[in-house]
Structures are given as C-alpha cells and as structure tokens.
Design a binder for this molecule. Structure first.
Ligand SMILES: [Zn+2]
Length: 301
C-alpha cells in the first residue's frame, strides 16, 4: 500500500515579490490517469529524487555545507512544483550528526518542514546519518512513516524501499552503536524482499541508501546476496542509491545501479544536485539531472 502523508498546510512563498499560497498537491491520492502519467507526453510516471542532504545547523565540515541544504532543497522544490511528480523520495542521510537527541530532532524537524512542503506523498530511505543519535522509531515517527522497509505500487510500477542500517549481528543502527562501514540487509528483510518481488508482475524500482553495486566499504556487506535476490526475481529494472555523494552508474546482471550526487556537497547553488525521474510503461527510465546531477537514459535489459 502506498503510504500517503496527511494533507499539509498551504505553502507560502514569494514569487516575483508577491506572496503566493500554494498547496503541496503532488502525489495526492487517489491519482487519475493524467496525474499518473503526466500531462506532457501522456505516458510517463514522474518521481522527484534527492539524496544526502545532511542538514544540520552547524558550520561546514570539509566540502559539506550543512546549512546550505535548506536553500538547495528550496530550489529543488521549485523545479518539482513545475514537474508535478506523483511522489518524491529522499535516498537517505536527510540530517547530519548532532551531539544530543534534542539537537538532532531539531535538525530533522527543520529540514522535514521544508521537504514536506514539496509533495504530499513522500518516501524516506534510512541513511546511516539519520540514525546516528536517533533511533529508527524516533526518526520514522518524526517524519510520519510507519516502516523502514516496505513496497508500494503506482501505475505500471512496483517500488521497494530498503533499509540497510543493520549491523552484521542483525542489530539495528541507533545512538552511535555502529560503524558506518558495517551496513547489512538482515535475513528477515532479504526473505521479505524475495517474497515481495515474487508477488508482483510490474516493473520494479528499488530505492536504497548504501551501495548495492560494490563490494567495498561504501557497500552493503552482503550486497552480493542482495543482488542475487534482485536478479533472481527477473523484474527489477534499476536501483537508485546515494551514500557515496557522487554520480555513478553500473549495470550488473541486467539491473542498472544508479548512484545520485549528494545535495550537501559544495558551498554554492551551482553545487546543488537533484533529479526528476520519468518512467515509461515499457520500462524505459529517464533521469533529468539538475546542477551536479547527471542525466541518465536507462533501457530495460
Ligand atoms: Zn551521506
């Protein structure tokens, strides 16, 4: 079942110096065919994507400009408003670490207030930084999402949100109890994934934070087992992921693994990165990348 957040208050923003009221309407369920497949080509399902925002009210650390994320997200919001996606997804690391639960909650509330204005239907992938000080329940409770991994259908597509924030011993990440290189998808989640993929005859798109196309320290430790599960299902077109903060694209076993650029990197708006994905009924994926995000044209293998 798609999770639809409750309607939000009207958004107030300035356009040419005039105060404008607008509803966050994209993805409001139920969708009609025009909303589902867009009004330009008439056959596309559009989804807004952002990743690695790392919002925090603290000074920059190296190339990471934590406070700048708010303005960058606002820019992405203006683009999304004109593209009118069915829903939006953030691929993890929405916030950066704080030294107390109260401060980290404040970071989360600030960035989520902005993110929530972009679209009524939103999906949050857990990143390691999301649960550095918070527990998963605290994070998910704050953003109003019942589960850390789940799936939903929209149009001709089935979407899967994965949670790789588990230690090798199966314990969930929380409150600085983990090292970020020890990312895993535990047996119970892998079993759920196999059964979930088997039960659908739609095209499948997977959203993840940590890399599933590598076998180094940026990768999920059991990424080979996860890839095998995805390949065995035979219906997975692509995996969209974040975590390494740079553009990347690999094709393994007939599945595209597309890594999106991080929003937090760089001091200026030119360093921003976000994208609008368009899905055709035949399984063709087009990614329109903005600023540092590269365009992609991925064909069904
Ligand atoms: Zn990150």
């Amino acid at each position: 079942m798609p999770y639809v957040n409750p309607p939000l208050q009207r958004r107030v923003f300035l356009r040419n110096g005039t105060l404008v009221m607008a509803a966050a309407s994209c993805g409001a369920a139920p969708l009609n065919a025009t909303q589902l497949y867009g009004d330009e080509t008439g056959d596309e399902l559009r989804i807004g994507l952002v990743t690695d925002l790392h919002y925090a009210d603290k000074p920059p650390g190296g190339s990471r400009h934590y406070r700048k994320t708010l303005g960058k997200l606002e820019e992405a919001g203006r683009q999304f408003e004109s593209d009118n996606p069915a829903f939006i997804v953030e691929l993890g690391d929405l916030i950066d670490a704080a030294d107390s639960v109260a401060t980290e909650r404040r970071y989360l509330n600030t960035i989520n207030r902005e993110f929530s204005q972009l679209c009524d239907q939103r999906h949050y992938v857990l990143g390691n930084h999301c649960v550095d000080t918070l527990t998963k329940d605290e994070f998910l409770g704050s953003v109003g999402q019942p589960k850390s991994y789940y799936s939903f259908d929209q149009g001709d597509y089935h979407f899967v949100v994965l949670d790789s924030c588990f230690r090798s011993d199966g314990q969930p990440y929380q409150r600085k109890n983990f090292t970020w290189t020890d990312a895993n998808i535990p047996a119970a989640e892998l079993d759920w994934l196999a059964a979930d993929l088997k039960a659908t005859n739609k095209h499948v798109i997977v959203f993840a934070h940590q890399r599933l196309d590598l076998d180094n320290h940026y990768a999920v430790k059991n990424s080979a087992a996860v890839r095998k599960t995805l390949e065995t299902a035979g219906n997975v077109l692509a995996v969209f992921q974040g975590h390494s903060h740079r553009n990347d694209l690999n094709e393994i076993g007939g599945i595209h693994y597309c890594t999106l650029v991080a929003m937090v990197e760089g001091a200026t708006m030119e360093n921003n990165g976000y994208s609008m994905m368009s899905l055709s009924p035949n399984g063709t994926i087009r990614l329109k990348g903005y600023r540092e995000q590269q365009d992609r044209h991925l064909l069904k293998q």
